[in-house]
Design a protein around this ligand. Structure first.
Ligand SMILES: [Zn+2]
Ligand SMILES: [Zn+2]
Length: 270
Protein backbone atom coordinates (compact mmCIF):
# COMPACT_ATOMS: atom_id res chain seq x y z
CA UNK A 1 0.00 0.00 0.00
CA UNK A 2 1.41 3.38 -0.98
CA UNK A 3 -0.20 4.82 2.18
CA UNK A 4 2.23 2.80 4.32
CA UNK A 5 5.33 4.26 2.68
CA UNK A 6 7.09 6.90 4.76
CA UNK A 7 6.10 10.29 3.37
CA UNK A 8 8.80 11.88 1.21
CA UNK A 9 7.51 15.30 2.27
CA UNK A 10 9.16 16.78 5.40
CA UNK A 11 6.99 18.25 8.18
CA UNK A 12 8.48 21.61 9.21
CA UNK A 13 6.12 22.61 11.99
CA UNK A 14 3.07 21.25 13.72
CA UNK A 15 0.69 22.85 16.22
CA UNK A 16 -2.77 22.10 17.61
CA UNK A 17 -4.51 23.30 14.47
CA UNK A 18 -2.28 22.43 11.52
CA UNK A 19 0.97 21.06 10.12
CA UNK A 20 3.34 22.79 7.72
CA UNK A 21 4.74 20.42 5.10
CA UNK A 22 7.31 21.01 2.37
CA UNK A 23 5.93 19.73 -0.95
CA UNK A 24 8.86 20.88 -3.09
CA UNK A 25 11.43 23.65 -2.95
CA UNK A 26 9.55 26.88 -2.11
CA UNK A 27 6.17 25.07 -2.13
CA UNK A 28 4.43 24.39 1.16
CA UNK A 29 1.22 22.70 2.25
CA UNK A 30 -0.57 23.89 5.37
CA UNK A 31 -2.73 20.96 6.37
CA UNK A 32 -5.40 21.69 8.97
CA UNK A 33 -6.60 19.15 11.51
CA UNK A 34 -10.25 20.26 11.34
CA UNK A 35 -12.60 20.44 8.34
CA UNK A 36 -10.70 23.25 6.65
CA UNK A 37 -9.19 22.57 3.24
CA UNK A 38 -5.43 22.60 2.72
CA UNK A 39 -3.74 25.94 2.06
CA UNK A 40 -0.65 26.25 -0.14
CA UNK A 41 2.14 28.79 -0.29
CA UNK A 42 4.24 29.11 -3.44
CA UNK A 43 7.26 31.35 -2.92
CA UNK A 44 8.38 32.61 -6.31
CA UNK A 45 11.42 34.69 -7.17
CA UNK A 46 9.19 37.57 -8.37
CA UNK A 47 5.84 36.89 -6.68
CA UNK A 48 4.59 34.88 -3.73
CA UNK A 49 1.08 33.47 -3.79
CA UNK A 50 -1.26 31.30 -1.78
CA UNK A 51 -3.72 28.81 -3.23
CA UNK A 52 -6.70 28.49 -0.87
CA UNK A 53 -6.47 29.60 2.75
CA UNK A 54 -8.81 27.42 4.81
CA UNK A 55 -11.39 28.52 7.37
CA UNK A 56 -11.44 31.93 9.00
CA UNK A 57 -11.16 30.44 12.49
CA UNK A 58 -7.82 28.82 11.58
CA UNK A 59 -6.22 32.10 10.58
CA UNK A 60 -4.00 32.51 13.70
CA UNK A 61 -2.49 29.05 13.06
CA UNK A 62 -2.06 29.85 9.36
CA UNK A 63 -0.31 33.06 10.35
CA UNK A 64 2.10 31.10 12.54
CA UNK A 65 3.03 28.88 9.58
CA UNK A 66 3.50 31.83 7.23
CA UNK A 67 5.71 33.63 9.74
CA UNK A 68 7.72 30.45 10.28
CA UNK A 69 8.51 30.51 6.54
CA UNK A 70 9.39 34.22 6.65
CA UNK A 71 6.35 35.03 4.47
CA UNK A 72 3.95 37.09 6.61
CA UNK A 73 0.64 38.08 4.91
CA UNK A 74 1.95 41.47 3.76
CA UNK A 75 4.51 39.67 1.56
CA UNK A 76 1.86 37.64 -0.28
CA UNK A 77 0.97 39.15 -3.63
CA UNK A 78 -2.06 37.08 -4.52
CA UNK A 79 -4.47 34.57 -2.99
CA UNK A 80 -6.01 32.26 -5.59
CA UNK A 81 -9.29 30.62 -4.60
CA UNK A 82 -9.80 27.20 -6.20
CA UNK A 83 -13.63 27.44 -5.99
CA UNK A 84 -16.35 29.00 -3.85
CA UNK A 85 -16.58 26.57 -0.91
CA UNK A 86 -15.88 28.27 2.41
CA UNK A 87 -13.64 25.51 3.78
CA UNK A 88 -11.18 26.72 1.09
CA UNK A 89 -11.77 30.48 1.14
CA UNK A 90 -13.12 31.41 4.59
CA UNK A 91 -9.89 33.09 5.75
CA UNK A 92 -9.45 35.09 2.51
CA UNK A 93 -10.98 38.27 3.94
CA UNK A 94 -8.01 38.52 6.34
CA UNK A 95 -5.79 39.09 3.27
CA UNK A 96 -7.99 41.78 1.69
CA UNK A 97 -6.31 45.10 0.97
CA UNK A 98 -2.74 44.72 -0.18
CA UNK A 99 -3.05 41.12 -1.38
CA UNK A 100 -5.04 40.56 -4.55
CA UNK A 101 -7.73 37.88 -4.39
CA UNK A 102 -8.36 35.85 -7.56
CA UNK A 103 -10.88 33.17 -8.52
CA UNK A 104 -12.52 31.76 -11.63
CA UNK A 105 -15.21 34.04 -13.07
CA UNK A 106 -18.04 31.76 -11.89
CA UNK A 107 -16.61 31.44 -8.36
CA UNK A 108 -15.95 35.20 -8.20
CA UNK A 109 -19.56 35.88 -9.11
CA UNK A 110 -20.91 33.57 -6.38
CA UNK A 111 -18.51 35.02 -3.80
CA UNK A 112 -19.18 38.67 -4.73
CA UNK A 113 -22.97 38.17 -4.70
CA UNK A 114 -22.57 36.41 -1.33
CA UNK A 115 -24.33 33.29 -2.52
CA UNK A 116 -24.20 31.55 0.87
CA UNK A 117 -26.03 28.48 -0.40
CA UNK A 118 -23.35 27.81 -3.04
CA UNK A 119 -20.55 28.68 -0.62
CA UNK A 120 -21.91 26.23 2.01
CA UNK A 121 -21.92 28.90 4.71
CA UNK A 122 -24.31 26.98 6.92
CA UNK A 123 -22.22 23.81 6.72
CA UNK A 124 -19.06 25.59 7.88
CA UNK A 125 -20.66 28.15 10.19
CA UNK A 126 -18.27 30.87 8.98
CA UNK A 127 -18.73 34.55 9.93
CA UNK A 128 -20.78 36.49 7.34
CA UNK A 129 -17.82 38.63 6.26
CA UNK A 130 -17.66 39.70 2.61
CA UNK A 131 -14.73 38.47 0.51
CA UNK A 132 -13.83 40.71 -2.41
CA UNK A 133 -12.43 39.07 -5.51
CA UNK A 134 -10.09 41.44 -7.40
CA UNK A 135 -9.16 39.21 -10.36
CA UNK A 136 -11.48 37.00 -12.37
CA UNK A 137 -9.59 34.03 -13.82
CA UNK A 138 -10.25 32.01 -16.96
CA UNK A 139 -8.92 28.86 -18.60
CA UNK A 140 -5.57 29.64 -20.20
CA UNK A 141 -4.44 32.39 -17.82
CA UNK A 142 -0.82 32.11 -16.75
CA UNK A 143 0.42 33.17 -13.34
CA UNK A 144 4.15 33.83 -13.63
CA UNK A 145 5.97 33.90 -10.29
CA UNK A 146 9.43 33.96 -11.88
CA UNK A 147 10.64 30.46 -11.08
CA UNK A 148 7.09 29.01 -11.23
CA UNK A 149 4.65 29.33 -14.13
CA UNK A 150 1.18 28.25 -13.09
CA UNK A 151 -1.32 27.51 -15.85
CA UNK A 152 -4.96 28.06 -14.93
CA UNK A 153 -7.13 25.14 -16.02
CA UNK A 154 -10.90 25.33 -15.82
CA UNK A 155 -11.90 21.96 -14.31
CA UNK A 156 -15.62 22.04 -13.44
CA UNK A 157 -17.54 19.09 -11.98
CA UNK A 158 -17.29 19.32 -8.18
CA UNK A 159 -18.93 22.73 -8.72
CA UNK A 160 -19.28 24.84 -11.87
CA UNK A 161 -16.41 27.09 -10.78
CA UNK A 162 -13.41 24.85 -10.02
CA UNK A 163 -9.95 25.60 -11.31
CA UNK A 164 -6.73 23.62 -11.13
CA UNK A 165 -3.24 25.09 -11.43
CA UNK A 166 -0.40 23.28 -13.17
CA UNK A 167 3.32 24.00 -13.31
CA UNK A 168 4.52 22.03 -16.31
CA UNK A 169 8.28 22.26 -15.68
CA UNK A 170 8.01 21.00 -12.13
CA UNK A 171 5.01 18.71 -12.58
CA UNK A 172 3.11 20.37 -9.72
CA UNK A 173 -0.66 19.92 -9.93
CA UNK A 174 -2.84 21.95 -7.55
CA UNK A 175 -6.18 20.21 -8.06
CA UNK A 176 -8.25 21.31 -5.02
CA UNK A 177 -11.42 19.16 -4.80
CA UNK A 178 -11.24 17.80 -8.36
CA UNK A 179 -8.50 15.24 -7.74
CA UNK A 180 -7.46 13.91 -4.34
CA UNK A 181 -4.88 11.38 -3.15
CA UNK A 182 -5.98 7.79 -3.63
CA UNK A 183 -8.54 8.92 -6.22
CA UNK A 184 -11.02 10.07 -3.56
CA UNK A 185 -13.88 12.00 -5.20
CA UNK A 186 -14.74 15.50 -4.03
CA UNK A 187 -18.48 15.02 -4.50
CA UNK A 188 -20.77 16.77 -6.96
CA UNK A 189 -22.47 19.87 -5.55
CA UNK A 190 -25.44 21.89 -6.80
CA UNK A 191 -23.76 23.73 -9.67
CA UNK A 192 -21.50 20.81 -10.62
CA UNK A 193 -22.02 17.74 -12.79
CA UNK A 194 -20.55 14.26 -12.91
CA UNK A 195 -20.09 14.48 -16.69
CA UNK A 196 -18.08 17.71 -16.32
CA UNK A 197 -16.12 16.05 -13.51
CA UNK A 198 -15.13 13.15 -15.81
CA UNK A 199 -14.04 15.54 -18.56
CA UNK A 200 -11.95 17.53 -16.07
CA UNK A 201 -10.29 14.35 -14.76
CA UNK A 202 -9.51 13.30 -18.34
CA UNK A 203 -7.72 16.61 -18.84
CA UNK A 204 -5.73 16.18 -15.60
CA UNK A 205 -4.82 12.64 -16.69
CA UNK A 206 -3.13 14.02 -19.77
CA UNK A 207 -0.68 16.13 -17.74
CA UNK A 208 2.81 14.98 -16.84
CA UNK A 209 2.16 15.73 -13.17
CA UNK A 210 4.58 14.46 -10.56
CA UNK A 211 3.18 15.87 -7.31
CA UNK A 212 -0.51 16.25 -6.52
CA UNK A 213 -1.35 19.11 -4.14
CA UNK A 214 -5.02 18.59 -3.27
CA UNK A 215 -7.64 20.47 -1.36
CA UNK A 216 -7.89 17.73 1.25
CA UNK A 217 -5.58 15.04 2.58
CA UNK A 218 -1.90 14.34 2.16
CA UNK A 219 0.42 15.29 -0.67
CA UNK A 220 0.74 12.58 -3.29
CA UNK A 221 3.71 11.61 -5.44
CA UNK A 222 1.53 9.24 -7.50
CA UNK A 223 -0.88 11.61 -9.29
CA UNK A 224 -1.13 9.32 -12.34
CA UNK A 225 -2.44 6.46 -10.16
CA UNK A 226 -4.75 8.85 -8.30
CA UNK A 227 -6.36 10.18 -11.46
CA UNK A 228 -6.78 6.68 -12.93
CA UNK A 229 -8.68 5.56 -9.79
CA UNK A 230 -10.76 8.76 -9.71
CA UNK A 231 -11.77 8.22 -13.34
CA UNK A 232 -12.83 4.62 -12.62
CA UNK A 233 -14.89 5.81 -9.66
CA UNK A 234 -16.49 8.68 -11.53
CA UNK A 235 -17.51 6.39 -14.40
CA UNK A 236 -18.97 3.93 -11.88
CA UNK A 237 -20.83 6.84 -10.28
CA UNK A 238 -22.22 7.92 -13.63
CA UNK A 239 -23.46 4.44 -14.50
CA UNK A 240 -25.10 3.89 -11.13
CA UNK A 241 -27.89 6.41 -10.76
CA UNK A 242 -28.60 5.39 -7.17
CA UNK A 243 -25.02 6.21 -6.15
CA UNK A 244 -25.12 9.36 -8.21
CA UNK A 245 -28.21 10.51 -6.37
CA UNK A 246 -26.36 9.94 -3.11
CA UNK A 247 -23.29 11.83 -4.35
CA UNK A 248 -25.43 14.77 -5.32
CA UNK A 249 -27.19 14.51 -1.96
CA UNK A 250 -30.05 16.03 -3.86
CA UNK A 251 -32.57 15.96 -1.05
CA UNK A 252 -30.52 17.90 1.50
CA UNK A 253 -29.15 20.30 -1.14
CA UNK A 254 -32.52 21.14 -2.59
CA UNK A 255 -34.81 20.74 0.41
CA UNK A 256 -34.65 24.45 1.38
CA UNK A 257 -35.64 25.45 -2.16
CA UNK A 258 -38.38 22.82 -2.36
CA UNK A 259 -39.69 23.95 1.02
CA UNK A 260 -39.97 27.60 -0.04
CA UNK A 261 -41.74 26.55 -3.23
CA UNK A 262 -44.17 24.53 -1.10
CA UNK A 263 -44.63 27.58 1.17
CA UNK A 264 -45.48 29.71 -1.86
CA UNK A 265 -48.13 27.20 -2.87
CA UNK A 266 -49.54 27.24 0.64
CA UNK A 267 -49.88 31.03 0.56
CA UNK A 268 -51.67 30.80 -2.78
CA UNK A 269 -54.10 28.29 -1.28
CA UNK A 270 -54.81 30.55 1.67
ZN1 LIG B 1 -15.37 21.99 -2.43
ZN1 LIG C 1 -13.09 20.99 -0.15
Amino acid sequence: MSDRKPSPFPVLLTNDVCSLIEAAEDVYQIRFKNRAANAYLVRGTNRTIMIDVGLSSNYPALLECLCHLGCPPETIDMVILSHEHLDHIGAAWHFGGRTLIAAHRLAANKIMLRDDFSMLRKMFNEPPVPINVDFWLEEGNLIDLGNFRLHVMYTPGHTSACISLFDQDRGLLFAADTLMPGGVMGGVFGSGSIADYIQSLERLKGLNSRILLSGHGRLSDTPQDDVRIALQRSHALLSDTAQLFEALDARSNFEPIMQSVRDLNKLDDG
